[in-house]
Design a protein around this ligand. Structure first.
Ligand SMILES: NC(=O)c1ccc[n+]([C@@H]2O[C@H](COP(=O)([O-])OP(=O)(O)OC[C@H]3O[C@@H](n4cnc5c(N)ncnc54)[C@H](OP(=O)(O)O)[C@@H]3O)[C@@H](O)[C@H]2O)c1
Length: 324
């Protein structure tokens, strides 16, 4: 099969090669799929650079999520040849074939395109786990979503609305604000033109947001503590700003707030069944048209580096996908 492979860690434009690689074989209790579409994620760039939490063994095919059809089912697998599945793994999605254990595979929702399904699991699971299991978002609460037009941001807006929250989203351009509105955001803030702290206070009559979803970190996190409601919860999701912020604990005390971390991937180790139960819930929400993955662009697999450029240059919204 052909796949994008890195023989050393470094900038993706330097180290990725589109080359002939050995076909994967199905592990016991796992499958090989023909990849129809693979979704890009911000951490792909970090993984290729060797800067992600988990370092892949070199050489490696990057990519953590794909949708395709099972071509080989290993002994004991619950899947059969011909099943359409979403596979989520530490690497391997940016090739024509991918192997994955059953534990990391999910039935692709009926009626959902391959491109949408490829990017469905990580983003929607992250936002659902954050809002439902970690922050316990309640109907009528105000949810502030930073990076609202991004992969996790768009899913968070949609799930927040489905859970009955009033959603405020921030983004950095008019095009991205429109993406947030299309996802259902009640209020949008262009943080480049408007101080988001003042805007959130204005929108909430001075009260602040009950739950703040933060995939950006840095100054965005620090300033969020200035527009959080009494008893509010800040969800630490990621650090696209490149800066991990620090917070003095007296601020947590004074504000009666909670700072809540979420590392979705760790649930695969600690509570894998919850991930599969959540997939059923999210599949149901999709069937009821409460959520709908947002696809920015689908590029041929051969153009992966250009597709990664869209993410690294902040030109993407929702999910960028490679297919075919
Ligand atoms: N905790 C978990 O379990 C978990 C799971 C999945 C993802 N994540 C993390 O969540 C973060 C977002 O992932 P994603 O897939 O949504 O990424 P994405 O699609 O690239 O979106 C990130 C958003 O962050 C904003 N941003 C602000 N400052 C930025 C900067 N300096 N560089 C790039 N973007 C910046 C951008 O919006 P504007 O241009 O509008 O500012 C962009 O839309 C990543 O750090 C990822 O690792 C965490």
């Amino acid at each position: 099969m052909k796949a994008w492979r890195a023989h050393q860690f470094g900038p993706y434009n330097d180290v990725l090669q589109f080359e002939e690689c050995p076909d994967p074989t199905a592990p016991r209790g796992g499958v090989v799929i023909d990849v129809h579409a693979a979704a890009l994620n911000f951490p792909d760039i970090l993984a290729i650079a060797g800067q992600y939490q988990v370092k892949a063994p070199l050489p490696f095919v990057p990519g953590i999520e794909a949708c395709g059809v099972v071509t080989e089912a290993g002994e004991g697998s619950r899947f059969a040849v011909g099943d359409r599945v979403i596979a989520n793994a530490l690497w391997g999605a940016f090739g024509q074939k991918m192997e994955a254990p059953d534990m990391s595979c999910f039935a692709a929702p009926a009626g959902m395109s391959d491109a949408a399904a490829a990017g469905f699991v990580v983003t929607y699971q992250t936002s659902y786990f954050a809002l439902e299991y970690r922050a316990r978002l309640q109907p009528g609460e105000v949810l502030l979503v930073h990076g609202g037009a991004g992969g996790v941001g768009t899913s968070c807006i949609q799930i927040g609305k489905a859970m009955g929250a009033t959603v405020i989203a921030t983004a950095g351009s008019e095009e991205k604000l429109q993406v947030c509105r299309d996802c259902g955001a009640d209020h949008v803030i262009n943080y480049r033109d408007d101080d988001f702290v003042a805007a959130v206070k204005r929108i909430t009559g001075g009260r602040g947001a009950d739950v703040i979803y933060d995939p950006v970190g840095g100054d965005v996190f620090s300033r969020s503590t200035k527009c959080i409601a009494f008893g509010g919860r800040i969800l630490v999701i990621g650090f696209t700003s490149g800066t991990i912020p620090e917070l003095r604990t007296n601020r947590i005390l004074i504000k009666n707030m909670s700072v809540i971390g979420l590392f979705w991937g760790a649930y695969q180790l600690h509570q894998p069944q919850l991930i599969h139960d959540t997939h059923e819930i999210l599949t149901g929400m999709y069937a009821e048209s409460k959520i709908e993955p947002v696809i920015c662009q689908t590029r041929p697999l051969a153009q992966l580096p250009a597709a990664l450029d869209l993410i690294s240059e902040r030109k993407s919204y929702g999910k960028v996908v490679v297919a075919g």
